[in-house]
Design a protein around this ligand. Structure first.
Ligand SMILES: NC(=O)c1ccc[n+]([C@@H]2O[C@H](COP(=O)([O-])OP(=O)(O)OC[C@H]3O[C@@H](n4cnc5c(N)ncnc54)[C@H](O)[C@@H]3O)[C@@H](O)[C@H]2O)c1
Ligand SMILES: O=P(O)(O)OC[C@@H](O)[C@@H](O)[C@H](O)[C@H](O)CO
Length: 381
């Protein structure tokens, strides 16, 4: 069995690549980072260090690596004969992978089983975004595309920090992981991945993951940054940061329990476990990594505005989520192009327009005035 995986970064090597390797796949990593691909191509194995209360080391081998820019034709040939394609590149990059995947699907033998495509990104239904872009780019008969490829949404959860320089290909990760996959597109032929869980309705799981793990994580990063802290676990050790993160997760808990029918005590246990994961002192994770791409994180269906808008529509004022958004607007990192873009949007547009451009909220939305206040305050700084 062969899987082509786009994105040999933190989650690519430390999670998707590892689980596919353990499931018996030969993994072909495809990435645009030349030095990384050269290193992978010339190194027969790497180690995933799982750190926490019960640390374990796991070896990944039986992989190959291709530069998806310089060796695009080779990547297309690999996908044409692969069982599966996965991605972990960031949601904004999916559109650039689509033409390559579309070209490969067109080259597959009509007798081959459908290519299984799963985007493993932090975004609601990222695979749907990829599928739409693949359909647009597909040169063959689109009506027959569904017999050549099957697209399944997933929710992936494992904290994988940026890796220390000098660590080579090895990846330090937390011990916890969860990979939840929508079973329904496979029609009974879902791939056997021992570390994955298949469900018939992914929506509750993906929203619970994004609006608990990622909302809480981002809140911790932005409140931690404001408190002058570098590490996520140190931010959680700051009682005021921890209190504010807890308040944010209280609001998303209210939404998730009401909307998806999770039992309140089950959701509380989920929250408690996640707060412990953020506090893992063995994990060298930083507020700068977790806070990266604040413009994406302030998007309409993302971790802050998504739940805040739904709560506001239901009559709840999401004060803690708004406080986290305020902190997100104040986050800076000179190496992050989205920080500059966010400041440019705020500095060069009327505040009303900036709200819509950043958050996707219409002026008539019940949450709009509260976010407008935040943007006006930011513009005045
Ligand atoms: N790190 C985590 O804890 C974690 C956990 C769950 C999900 N995710 C999600 O996984 C995705 C990747 O995150 P990450 O932390 O691994 O980031 P990362 O920056 O470590 O890895 C991304 C990789 O994608 C590569 N890439 C960028 N553009 C590409 C292209 N056009 N073609 C091929 N490769 C390309 C980069 O070179 C990089 O190696 C994101 O969507 C993130 O939200 C991350
Ligand atoms: O990857 P992002 O930028 O969407 O979010 C940063 C972190 O919250 C994220 O990478 C988590 O570590 C991960 O989602 C845990 O499963």
């Amino acid at each position: 069995m062969k899987a082509v995986h786009f994105g040999a970064g933190n989650i690519g090597r430390g999670f998707v690549g590892l689980l596919l390797h353990e499931a018996g796949y030969e993994v072909v990593f495809a990435d645009v980072a030349e030095a990384l691909i050269d290193q992978l191509a010339s190194t027969p194995s790497y180690t995933v260090h799982e750190v926490g209360e019960e640390p374990t080391d796991k070896t990944v081998d039986n992989y190959r690596a291709l530069n998806s820019r310089a060796e695009e034709a080779a990547v297309i040939e690999e996908i044409a004969t692969a069982d599966m394609v996965t991605t972990a590149v960031g949601p904004g990059v999916l559109k650039f992978l689509a033409p390559v995947i579309a070209a490969a699907i067109a080259r597959r033998s009509p007798e081959a089983p459908p290519l299984q495509v799963m985007a493993c990104e932090n975004a609601i239904n990222a695979t749907d975004l990829l599928r739409e872009a693949v359909v647009d780019a597909y040169s063959g008969d689109r009506s027959g595309l569904h017999t050549r490829a099957v697209f399944a949404n997933t929710a992936v959860d494992r904290i994988v920090p940026n890796q220390a320089p000098g660590q080579g290909l090895d990846v330090t990760v937390e011990t916890f992981y969860e990979w939840v996959i929508d079973r329904t597109p496979f029609g009974g032929s879902e791939p056997r991945i021992p570390g994955a869980t298949y469900v018939d309705d992914l929506a509750p799981y993906i929203e619970r993951k994004l609006f608990t793990v990622n909302t809480g994580h981002a809140a911790c990063a932005y409140f931690g940054y404001a408190a002058g802290v570098e590490k996520i676990s140190d931010a959680m050790a700051d009682s005021e940061v921890a209190r504010r993160v807890r308040a944010v997760l209280e609001e998303t808990k209210q939404l998730l329990v009401t909307k998806h029918g999770f039992a309140a005590d089950e959701q509380e246990a989920y929250v408690q476990k996640i707060l412990r994961r953020f506090s893992n002192p063995h994990l060298p994770d930083t507020v700068v990594r977790v806070g990266r791409a604040p413009l994406r994180k302030l998007g309409r269906h993302e971790r802050f505005v998504g739940p805040a808008a739904e709560l506001a529509e239901g009559g709840t004022h999401p004060a803690a989520l708004l406080a986290a958004m305020e902190a997100a607007l104040a986050f800076t990192d000179p190496a992050d192009p989205e920080v500059e873009e966010l400041a440019r949007i705020i500095g060069s547009n009327p505040a009303e327009e900036a709200v819509t451009r950043i958050t996707g909220l219409d002026a008539g939305h019940v949450l709009f005035p509260s976010v407008l206040d935040l943007i006006k305050a930011r513009a005045a700084v």
